[in-house]
Write a protein that binds this ligand. Structure first.
Ligand code: SF4
Length: 183
């Protein structure tokens, strides 16, 4: 059964789209979802270190784990940290450092887009990978990228055919491999 929540595009959808679009299709069309393992649970546990938030210059006041949805745009998510008033900055925290984090960057920009369309304008976005911080400007180009990915997610969710992708190194360890039409 399709729930109300599933009609929204979420930060998970855009993150997984950038990691591999086929995962979005398997989850939404085949209705299969990877059960969380220890690394996923521990990796998504949040430690809000004040020293890091101060180091990035996050304006106050700070709000944590803010659940937002924009019904007219059909997007929803829980933002780790929002800082500021009238002009905002957002933070996404990950417990581990990663060598590849483009999927986390789009997730972060999705949050920036979600906040900018529900709360107010967002100027900067910070991705914290354990104790390392990447800071990005939130500009029109970044927002257009997010909007483009949101539209691709919608197309994939509504398609009976899976997206075409080439196999890559990450396929070897992919939990979705057993359902994947591309391997
Ligand atoms: S096996 Fe490869 S192509 Fe298939 S879902 Fe996983 S990462 Fe994507």
């Amino acid at each position: 059964m399709v729930t109300t929540e599933r009609r929204y595009v979420t930060s998970w959808d855009v993150k997984e789209y950038v990691y591999c679009p086929v995962i979005v299709w398997i989850k939404h069309v085949l209705n299969v979802e990877e059960p969380p393992d220890f690394n996923m649970i521990f990796g998504s546990s949040k430690v809000y270190r004040q020293d890091i938030l101060e180091r990035v210059g996050l304006p106050k006041p700070w709000s944590f784990e803010v659940s937002l949805r924009n019904s007219s745009r059909g997007i929803a998510g829980v933002v780790d940290v929002i800082g500021g008033c009238s002009r905002y900055e957002v933070v996404e925290l990950k417990a581990f450092r990663r060598w590849s984090y483009s999927h986390f960057r789009i997730q972060l920009m999705f949050y920036a887009y979600l906040v900018s369309t529900t709360v107010g304008p967002v100027t900067r976005a910070h991705l914290v990978l354990e104790d390392r911080v990447r800071t990005y400007s939130v500009n029109n180009h970044a927002i257009r990228d997010v909007e483009w990915v949101i539209e691709r997610v919608r197309e994939i969710r509504d398609s009976e055919k899976p997206p075409q992708v080439l196999q890559s190194r990450k396929c070897r360890l992919c939990w979705y491999r057993r359902y994947c039409p591309s391997v």
